[in-house]
Design a protein around this ligand. Sequence first.
Ligand SMILES: Nc1nc2c(ncn2[C@@H]2O[C@H](COP(=O)(O)OP(=O)(O)OP(=O)(O)O)[C@@H](O)[C@H]2O)c(=O)[nH]1
Length: 248
Amino acid sequence: MRLVQNMCTIAEYPQAGSASGDGCSGGSSGRPRLIKIAVVGASGVGKTALVVRFLTKRFIGDYERNAGNLYSRQIQIDGEMLAIQVQDTPGVQIHEHSLDCNEQLNRCIRWADAVVIVFSITDYKSYELLSHLHQQVRQLHPGNRVPVVVVANKADLLHIKEVEPQHGLQLANMLGCTFYEVSVSENYNDVFNAFHVLCKEVSKQQITSTPEKRRTSLIPRPKSPNMQDLKRRFKQALSAKVRTVTSV
Ligand SMILES: Nc1nc2c(ncn2[C@@H]2O[C@H](COP(=O)(O)OP(=O)(O)OP(=O)(O)O)[C@@H](O)[C@H]2O)c(=O)[nH]1
């Protein structure tokens, strides 16, 4: 859902595509490194609430349907300032046993360095979407282990739960994802931790795959010139020249 109230603390970008596309700007240019995160899941599971909570620490319960907004924030991780962009996405649905993914959602997933898949413990259908969404992420990033975090939201509504949090954990483990059970409405720390862990993982990946690092690990360093050898060769060349001159 989209925020009804105007959030001036958050820089909002008009289009996901307008952001720097390499996912690793900054570094040598002095700008903070960029980490792009897409938040996906069924409608009404609390995606916007989660993003807003992470960005502003506040829980705002009044939303209208989300058209897909991009927000940004800078956070410090392990002493390094990182620019985080979070893409909120419209809710997805299952259509005849397969994911009803529109091009906008696919674009967001392709754009992202990491993905948060959200479901609500009060909505079994949103839980069923989890493995479909995970598969979609893997398909859109072939050969690339994009970090994925699974967030089970609305933990404060245990009395109307349709999914055992334990089942969410088991499925996330099976898919190789980190799992967080949170209540966006009641707890900021769990929300922050989920994003923090994700950012750390992406950051680690970016650092180990920067061109400079790759180049230095692949290309052997040229040997430093051996001065003794150079002197010997210079002497040889000189004496050959002297020999030629005296023979003339
Ligand atoms: N009780 C409770 N309500 C929550 C929590 N998180 C979100 N909500 C409520 O759930 C409703 C849906 O939240 P949104 O953040 O708009 O959900 P969404 O996934 O962005 O929805 P779409 O835009 O339709 O995709 C809102 O009324 C929120 O106030 C939570 O942790 N606990």
